[in-house]
Design a protein around this ligand. Structure first.
Ligand code: MRU
Length: 335
């Protein structure tokens, strides 16, 4: 079952509400651009490839729900939706990449109102289908780096829930297991929103893939005691000089270097941003209450100042290799 898909009967976007996992698996529908933007902002749909697909479908939704008469007016409405969706989360490049791709297809191919809607959906569906094929290829390449018996640490969730299906970092593990290797996953909790404990642990246990949950703080201890053979994470954006991923990734990379543990990044080439350097990228700063509360339970004083960056940048020199659908990029990573 796809994490996110277009419902062609209702002309809506259907997705797993990831904020409810692991307690409840529920599929929700976005019928308006406002509800889609809310779903992206609140991480009902999250993970770089999945929000890219959400962005693509968002353009299709705007075109299909438009009440405007002329193609020019529809295009204006779609452009305004594109801006709104693009502003929901700043760090993952996949969002703007997918939106721009669908907008380009519309501008190149569509003359009438109906054509705008058809082209938008066609391109968005292509992006969604490609995501699965791409992840399977990343998996095949990445599986060659894993050995039977490896204990692999991962951070956040770069699995099927972060994509349409299969996953990037977890896709590599799935492919290695499919090829007959025994792999054990060590999943970091990933505070403050716990994508590791809520989502990675959930999807791996669903698939009966051996997984042990740890806190972020336990990672160094395990590495020092030889309990981690490899690290694989996903990425939200890869610039010439850094890999942006969930906050805490940089810390794991430094620990990996200290303990001579290979540190791999698994990501589609659409995540590569050749036009920017690290300092030009906006790191999303999230709501302070994500640290002060868990659901309704208060964890910190209401008035304590909080710094809550959602992502960090890992210098490219800390990375052993980047696993893409086109193959494995080894250092020096001249992107
Ligand atoms: O804030 P999130 O949950 O969207 O962050 C997701 C990550 O950092 C993932 O590791 C990244 O998007 C890669 S997903 C294949």
């Amino acid at each position: 079952m796809r994490t996110i898909e277009w419902n062609s009967e209702k002309k809506t976007i259907q997705m797993v509400d990831q904020t409810l996992l692991p307690q409840e698996y529920r599929r929700i529908e976005c019928t308006t651009i406002e509800s889609l933007c809310h779903a992206i902002r609140t991480l009902k749909v999250r993970g770089a490839p999945a929000i890219g697909v959400a962005g693509g479908y968002g353009i299709a939704l705007a075109a299909h729900t438009s009440r405007s008469e002329t193609p020019e007016e529809v295009l204006q409405e779609v452009e305004s939706a594109a801006k709104k969706i693009n502003n929901t989360r700043p760090t993952a490049i996949n969002l703007s990449w997918a939106i721009n791709r669908v907008m380009r297809a519309i501008r190149e191919k569509s003359r009438t109102k109906e054509e705008i809607a058809e082209t938008a959906l066609e391109e968005a569906e292509k992006i969604a289908d490609e995501d699965i094929r791409t992840n399977k290829k990343i998996g095949e390449h990445g599986a060659t780096l894993l050995q039977n018996g490896d204990r692999v640490l991962t951070h956040c969730n770069a699995g099927r829930l972060a994509c349409v299906d299969w996953g990037t970092a977890l896709g590599v593990i799935r492919s290695a297991i499919k090829n007959g290797k025994e792999i054990q996953v060590v999943a970091c909790e990933t505070r403050p929103l716990n994508q590791g404990s809520r989502l990675t642990a959930w999807e791996l246990t669903q698939d009966k893939i051996p997984v042990t949950l740890i806190t972020e703080s336990a990672a160094g201890h395990l590495m020092r005691h030889g309990k981690i053979d490899k690290i694989i994470v996903g990425a939200d954006r890869i610039t010439k000089d850094a890999v942006f991923n969930k906050i805490g990734t940089y810390t794991h990379s430094v620990l990996a270097k200290e303990h001579n543990i290979p540190f791999y990044v698994a990501a589609p080439t659409s995540t590569i941003d050749r036009d920017h350097h690290e300092e030009e990228i906006t790191l999303e700063e999230r709501d302070p209450d994500e640290l002060r509360y868990i659901k309704n339970i208060q964890l910190a004083p209401d008035n304590v100042p909080v710094h809550n960056p959602a992502f960090d940048a890992t210098p490219i020199e800390n990375i052993t290799a980047i696993i893409t659908e086109r193959g494995i990029l080894h250092p020096p990573l001249s992107l």
